[in-house]
Design a protein around this ligand. Sequence first.
Ligand code: ITT
Length: 198
Amino acid sequence: HQLLIATKNEGKAKEFVELFKSRGYQIKTLLDFPEIEDIEETGKTFEENARLKAEGIANQLNCLVLADDSGLKVDALGGQPGVYSARYAGERKSDAANNAKLLHELTDVPMEERTAQFHCTLVLSEPGKESLVVSGELPGVIGRIPRGDNGFGYDPLFIIPETDKTMAEMTSEEKNQISHRAKALKELDKKIDTWLGE
Ligand code: ITT
């Protein structure tokens, strides 16, 4: 099967290529189609935004499309930045700017209250068919200084308490064993064959 991942995020794209290696799909991403315009993420939930991306691109290109809408939910911030994770510090700001803003917002919050979850919702879509929706979450703690150079986004601040490593201090193999994205993909694995046959 050929599968188009409706993402322009290089960090996500790299992870999906690795995650799908063992699954026997030919993967392309929107980085291979620079002429396709950005889909505006006007939804209020991860599912709404993932649907906008998956269904919008599937209808445009008439093919099988997977979209990922993901983000960081911080308990002390009432679940923010959530669906706004990519643009927390403003439109087209860097990951470093988003991380700096998060650290600033949490300045007075002690370590035991810095709990958070990474969330990932995946929507698989094909024109004329009800989309398939799955999600995965990963709990962690937001550190006080960024650590590590791997991964992307908030990975340098997201500590996995069991290992005391941030996600950016893990290898991509380690991250792909435990991540919110990997968990959502495992849910997709359980349902995809039935859905494709419908
Ligand atoms: P696409 O819509 O093109 O896929 P995007 O970056 O805009 O790219 P989202 O709207 O889903 O994607 O925003 C996800 C943001 O959440 C992302 O930019 C990161 O800041 C954060 N994020 C999601 N998954 C992450 C991960 O595995 N590690 C670190 N940060 C992550």
